[in-house]
Design a protein around this ligand. Structure first.
Ligand SMILES: [Zn+2]
Length: 282
């Protein structure tokens, strides 16, 4: 299993970090977890193409986890992949229909690309055939606790306390080749997420709040600080911990050093701050 961090940032526009997106490769499957703004560019920078992605899973539908969804599907389609498995919470089906449906926001473009004679000739010259089908992602709407079995890998999930009741939010665990990788999505600490993290080889955990930022008690309760994440990961027996979803304000050399020191104050095994295009092999 190979994991590439494509976007380790937040909703903020930040040159160092795209919004959330992580690619997991097992055998010939390329599994993208979340697709925030900038993730498609990072995917291309990493040497892959949008059409290489076989599965796309969404932890939740905050924009910083899905803003590049339309771009990914359209770009994969342009490269010849008409369908892609897309698995996420509701309303991903209606979002997809609103993007790619007959009257969707991209319908004028899709009519032009498939019906204009010039565009058809370009398509034929690229080895395509007519009539050219529209993008047709294969959507599955799922609830926390769903299970997915791929070719040589499996994904389990649980609810992640974050933006309920507005959004359904999940954490994911992927197991393959005897190894395990957990992605918390955006999540407060919870017994269920901790159970999902049990003995994980790698945990990638959301970290939106630094230890010193504790003025708002609600936000503090929903956003574990680096030391609290480390404490939970230590209890769960995690082998390697990455914190991610870094904000511009604290994403300085000094801020990163402080965050990492706070993680290491409670977590005794290997810990790092995730960076865009970092790769982990398991
Ligand atoms: Zn979120």
């Amino acid at each position: 299993m190979k994991i590439t961090f494509l976007g380790t940032g937040s909703p903020e526009s930040h040159a160092r970090r795209a919004s959330s997106g992580y690619l997991v490769e097992v055998g010939t499957d390329k599994i993208l977890l979340d697709c925030g703004g900038g993730v498609v560019s990072r995917l291309i920078e990493s040497g892959r193409l949008p059409s290489d992605v076989t599965h796309l899973f969404f932890t939740h539908l905050h924009t910083d986890h899905m803003m590049d969804y339309g771009r990914l599907i359209h770009a994969a389609w342009d490269e010849g992949r008409v369908s892609m498995k897309v698995i996420g919470p509701a309303p991903i089906a209606s979002i997809t229909e609103k993007l790619f449906g007959k009257d969707g926001v991209l319908s004028t473009d899709l009519h032009a690309r498939t019906e204009n004679q010039g565009s058809q000739e370009v398509w034929l010259a690229r080895g395509g055939t007519l009539p050219r089908p529209w993008p047709s992602p294969e959507i599955s709407e799922v609830e926390p606790g769903f299970y997915y079995e791929g070719n040589g890998w499996k994904l389990t999930s649980c609810s992640a306390p974050h933006a309920q009741p507005w959004l359904t939010c999940m954490a994911f665990r992927i197991e393959a080749e005897g190894k395990s990788f957990v992605y918390s999505g955006d999540s407060a600490l919870s017994a269920e997420v901790e159970e999902l993290c049990k003995d994980a080889d790698v945990l990638l955990h959301w970290c939106y709040r630094m230890k010193e930022e504790t003025s708002n008690t609600f936000i503090a309760s929903m956003s574990p600080s680096p030391d609290q994440i480390g404490e939970m990961a230590e209890r769960a027996g995690v082998r390697q911990l990455f914190i991610t979803h870094m904000r511009k304000k604290t994403d300085t050399e000094k801020g990163r050093a402080k965050a990492l020191a706070d993680v290491k104050s409670t977590f005794t095994r290997e810990a790092k701050i995730a960076e865009d295009l970092d790769m982990v092999k398991l």
